[in-house]
Ligand binder design. Structure first.
Ligand SMILES: [Fe+2]
Ligand SMILES: [Fe+2]
Length: 321
């Protein structure tokens, strides 16, 4: 069986509903090895705890409840993501479970909305100690239509998607081990108008904040790294200036992609965040490779690579000396 036939066969199995009850995978199956990046984040907390931070799983499955177009598209996208995003997710879930780790997912759990992908997402999060932010792909009703990436577009599938996630995707906070994890929505390169006020209310709680979003936040270092290493010169991060984006190709600004331009609310939020001393870390994804760099005087930004290829950040939150 060649690779194409194998992928077709695999997706056909998915279409038959075989995967409906396969999270987590039973012991002894062929579970792929993860590429773990170990990280340590010192915080003013009393006891150490560990989290597995994964992102960008890009589940790409469809079954008889989905349209023929969605099923066909699933086959193509499965190949784009290496053929085994579900197996990589299963391996990650198992790893976190066996080590008793908190699971953090920072978006693009699914590649585009299908009944099958929503089921798999529900099963992945259900009954698990986890916290999650959304990604741009989580709201694509059908990949390949030319996403508009605005609030109207997000609303098409929002309720269905929100229903299978463990927490509110627009804004959530949860205190774990003395750390205030704060989720916010930046999936289409902009944030909500009231985010500064909501974030200030979290900072007033007096706990160290670990923020979770999807698209990385601008620093000059990250912009140069991304724009320099991507063939199209696009950085795919939040908060770059118009001047810095002047060389972006035209396609970035069609289909509503103009949201890569920094809105006034987004600029104000980033200005505030750079000065917010309660902020200690930002966890995100979207770029499909792991990276870390200083964001502000008090905070470092940690990007998890693509979980579809088995990448994961294992983070030890330790008491600061
Ligand atoms: Fe992604
Ligand atoms: Fe993304």
């Amino acid at each position: 069986m060649n690779r194409r036939e194998f992928l077709t066969h695999s997706a056909a199995i998915c279409s038959a509903g075989w995967l409906a009850n396969c999270l987590p995978a039973p012991a002894g199956e062929d579970i792929p090895e993860l590429k773990i990046t170990p990280l340590t984040i010192p915080l003013p907390i009393e006891r150490e705890f560990t989290a597995l931070h994964i992102s960008d799983t890009h589940l790409v499955y469809a079954d008889q409840r989905d349209s023929e177009r969605q099923r066909t598209h699933a086959l193509e996208r499965l190949e784009v993501f290496g053929g085994r995003p579900l197996e990589m997710l299963q391996a990650s879930l198992r790893y976190a479970e066996e080590k008793g780790e908190l699971l953090l997912h920072t978006g693009d759990m699914i590649d585009y909305v299908t009944a099958k992908n929503l089921d798999l997402t529900r099963e992945a999060f259900a009954g698990r100690d986890c916290f999650a932010s959304a990604g741009n792909h989580d709201f694509y009703p059908t990949q390949g239509d030319g996403p508009r990436e605005d609030e109207e577009y997000k609303a098409i599938a929002y309720d269905k998607v929100q229903a299978v996630f463990p927490n509110n995707l627009r804004f959530s906070s949860r205190v774990i081990g003395g750390v205030n994890f704060v989720v916010f929505d930046d999936v289409f390169y902009y944030v909500a108008d009231d985010l500064v006020d909501r974030f200030k209310a979290e900072a007033a709680k007096g706990l160290p904040i670990v923020a979770m979003c999807h698209c990385p936040l601008y620093t000059r270092e990250l912009f140069e790294y991304c724009a320099g290493s991507n063939r199209d010169g696009v950085a795919y991060i939040v908060g770059a200036s118009d001047e810095e984006m002047a060389h972006y190709p035209k396609w970035c600004f069609q289909w509503g992609y103009n949201e890569q331009r920094t809105t006034p609310a987004t600029g104000a939020f980033l200005d505030y965040l750079r000065e917010e001393k309660a902020l200690k870390a930002i966890l995100c994804g979207h770029l499909h490779f792991p990276w870390q760099g200083r964001f502000s005087e008090t905070a470092t930004q940690y990007i998890a690579g693509g979980n579809f290829s088995g990448q994961a950040n294992e983070i030890r939150f330790v008491p600061a000396a």
